[in-house]
Every structure is written in C-alpha cells, then in structure tokens.
Design a binder for this molecule. Structure first.
Ligand code: AMP
Length: 196
C-alpha cells in the first residue's frame, strides 16, 4: 500500500504511522525523523536544517523533495510506504505526484487524523514542561500549528478532490485510533498501477 498520514503536530501521527506500517509490512518514512537523525549525526544536511527545526519553520521544498525522492528510490519502499510529515506544502504535493508518476504508481489513500486543537496544544505544553523539551516551547508549538493550518491543512482539500482522503478521529487511546485507521483501510480500494 502507498499511504500518507496528515494531521497537526501532537495528533499522534508518528506513533500511528509506525503501527500501521508494521502491520502492512511497509516502511514508515518520516521526514522529521530523517532531519533529526541528520542533526544528531552532524551531517551537512543536519547543519543546514538545525535552525529551521528549532524555530518550528519548514525546510525548503527543494531540500525536502530531494530527500524523499532518494528515500522512495530505496528497495524497501518498492512495494509500498507510509509517508509521515510529507507532503506539507502544495509544492511538495506536486513533487510527490511527479515521483509517483515516474514510477508508474499512485497513492491508495491519504489518512488525516482529526483532533481538538486546543486539547492538543495543552497536551504538548504539558509534555514540554514535564520533559523540559526545548523544541516544545509554547512559541514553537504555536508556530508549528500556524504553519500546519496555513500550509498543510489545504492539502486535505486536494486529496479529498482526488477521492483519496480518509479522515479518522485522532482522539482517544493509541489502540482506539489504530483500530479506527485499520477499519478505514479495510475499505480502501488499491490504486491501479503499472508496477503492481
Ligand atoms: P515532524 O516530526 O514531522 O513534526 O517534523 C519536525 C520538523 O521537521 C518540522 O517542524 C519541520 O521543521 C521539519 N519538517 C519535517 N517534514 C517536513 C516537510 N515535509 N517539509 C518541510 N519541513 C519539514
């Protein structure tokens, strides 16, 4: 299966992505994780994006698109993948369309986790306080929420128009949300593709 998962910061996307990907035997590909690993490993890319991640901004599309293109070209993504945190802008949607067209494949579904924003902000702030996380200050959380509303939320409209959007209630326990996602995916008709 070729899937995307959308949802605001704090919606539990990363947790769900890993569970769903494991269940379907496909890699969960998180652009945020790739950037964080590069920062940790002090690579050239890491140096390029450190300030952007700590301010809650978005890494430029050219950089992000090149990373995803490379990652999707790796063997384990040949039969499917779940992209988490990508695309985040209309430009990234276009770039992903091109990558998939080049491979003669299409997306099967786009999952969107819906949450109560006030509750999620409160939860993130509490976690930041408890864990002393520098990237979860109120200012950074609000900036990430603002960017999500402005840049990423319109993506759900694009995918709805293509008949791919599956909205799933993201509130509740991890298990409850996974069960909702799995029951949604059970109804998904796989995209036709030249490669399958
Ligand atoms: P995430 O773990 O998905 O919340 O991503 C953490 C941070 O990585 C974001 O706040 C951005 O700074 C950066 N990032 C992750 N994915 C993207 C993307 N698709 N486009 C631009 N920046 C991204």
């Amino acid at each position: 299966m070729r899937l995307l998962i959308l949802g605001p910061p704090g919606a539990g996307k990363g947790t769900q992505a890993v569970r769903i990907a494991e269940h379907h035997g496909i890699p969960a590909i998180s652009t945020g994780d790739i950037f964080r690993a590069n920062i940790k490993g002090e690579t050239e890319l890491g140096r390029q994006v450190t300030a952007i991640l700590s301010s809650g901004g978005l890494v430029p599309d050219e950089v992000t698109n090149a990373i995803v293109r490379d990652r999707l070209g790796q063997q384990d993504a040949g039969d499917g993948f779940l992209l988490d945190g990508y695309p985040r802008t209309p430009g990234q949607v276009e770039a992903l369309d091109e990558m998939l067209t080049d491979r003669g494949v299409g997306l099967d579904a786009v999952l969107e986790l819906t949450v109560d924003t006030d509750e999620v902000v409160a939860r993130l702030l509490q976690r930041a306080q408890e864990q002393g996380r520098v990237d979860d200050t109120e200012e950074v959380i609000r900036e990430r929420m603002r960017l999500y509303a402005e840049e990423t939320a319109p993506l759900s409209r694009i995918y709805r128009e293509r008949g791919l959007l599956c909205q799933v209630d993201g509130m509740g326990t991890v298990e409850e949300v996974t069960a909702r996602i799995e029951s949604t995916l059970a109804d998904v008709v796989p995209a036709e593709s030249a490669a399958d």
